[in-house]
Design a protein around this ligand. Structure first.
Ligand SMILES: [Zn+2]
Length: 263
C-alpha cells in the first residue's frame, strides 16, 4: 500500500492557468494537468492508493473557495487539507469551518502567504489549529519560485513548534535545501513529522538516511509533491536508502494511516 502525503490539484476551470503560472515561476515541468482527475489517473499508474491534497489560500478572499474545493474532491482516494490566509480577519472562524466540513488538516505556505512561521502574530492561528486537533503541514525550506530569505527554515520552525500542540508536518524532508540543518536542529522532536515531497533530485541521500535514523522511520511520511514530481520518483529515493521492510512500510503508509485516523 502507498499513501502520498503531499500532492496538489486545482479546480478544472483554473487548472491549466495555475499549472502554467506555477511551472514557469519555479521552472519545473508538471507531471499532471493539475486537475483532480489527472492526479487520480497518475496515482493509478504509479500504484498510489490514497493522496493527501494540499491547497493554499494565497489571499484573504480566497479562503472559502479554496476550502470548498478541498471538501468537494474528498473521496476514498483523495483526502484534502484546507488552508487559511494568516492575515484574514476571519481566519479563526474559517479554521472552525475546515473542521466542520471534514477536512483532515491545514496547509500553510510561508512563501506564498508571506509570513515567518515564528512570527508572534501566528500564535492565535496555531492555538486554534491545536484546539481543533487538525494536522498542520508547512512548506519548509527553500522554494524554487522565490528568492531568499525563506520563512520556514529549521531555526524558525523550532520556535513555532513551541506554540503548537498538534502533529506538524515539515514538508520536503523537513526543509528543502537544508538537510544538514534539519538533521542538526529538528530530528527527535516528538510532534514533528517530515514528508518526503520533492525529494527526488533535491535531497542528499546520505543525509536522508541519517535523518531517518535520528528522527525515526515512524515520523517520516512518503510524499511526492505531485504534479511537481511523480510518486514513483520519490519511491525510488526511499528504495535507494537501504531501509528495512518494516521501516519502508511505516514510511509508505502506516504512519499516514495512524495520523489520518482512518479518514
Ligand atoms: Zn507542494
Amino acid at each position: 500500500m502507498r499513501i502520498d502525503f503531499h500532492t496538489h490539484c486545482f479546480p478544472d476551470k483554473i487548472a491549466a492557468r495555475a499549472m502554467d503560472n506555477l511551472s514557469r515561476t519555479a521552472a519545473i515541468h508538471p507531471v499532471t494537468d493539475g486537475t483532480a482527475t489527472g492526479l487520480v489517473s497518475m496515482m493509478e499508474e504509479d500504484g498510489i492508493d490514497k493522496s493527501v491534497v494540499l491547497s493554499i489560500a494565497t489571499n484573504a478572499h480566497q479562503q472559502k473557495a479554496v476550502n470548498d474545493f478541498a471538501a468537494s474532491i474528498q473521496s476514498e482516494k483523495l483526502c484534502a487539507f484546507g488552508s487559511v490566509f494568516p492575515g484574514a480577519p476571519d481566519a479563526l472562524d474559517e479554521l472552525e469551518r475546515i473542521k466542520m466540513i471534514g477536512l483532515c488538516g491545514v496547509k500553510l505556505h510561508p512563501e506564498y502567504q508571506q509570513f515567518y512561521v515564528d512570527d508572534e502574530k501566528m500564535k492565535p492561528i496555531y492555538k486554534k489549529i491545536s484546539e481543533l486537533g487538525l494536522i498542520l503541514t508547512f512548506h519548509a525550506g527553500v522554494d524554487n519560485g522565490y528568492l531568499p530569505p525563506y520563512h520556514c527554515m529549521p531555526k524558525n520552525l523550532l520556535r513555532a513548534l513551541l506554540w503548537l500542540d498538534t502533529p506538524v508536518v515539515a514538508a520536503h524532508w523537513g526543509g528543502q535545501g537544508c538537510n544538514a540543518e534539519v538533521l542538526d536542529k529538528l530530528c527527535g522532536i516528538e510532534q514533528l513529522y517530515f514528508d518526503t515531497a520533492y525529494g527526488y533530485g533535491t535531497v542528499v541521500p546520505a543525509l536522508a538516511k541519517k535523518i531517518i535514523e535520528k528522527h525515526g522511520a515512524d515520523k517520516i511520511l512518503f510524499a511526492s509533491d505531485a504534479p511537481w514530481n511523480r510518486p514513483s520518483q520519490d519511491e525510488y529515493v526511499i528504495e535507494c536508502l537501504r531501509l528495512s521492510e518494516e521501516e519502508k512500510e511505516m514510511i509508505y503508509y502506516k504512519n499516514a494511516l495512524k495520523l489520518l485516523g482512518g479518514k
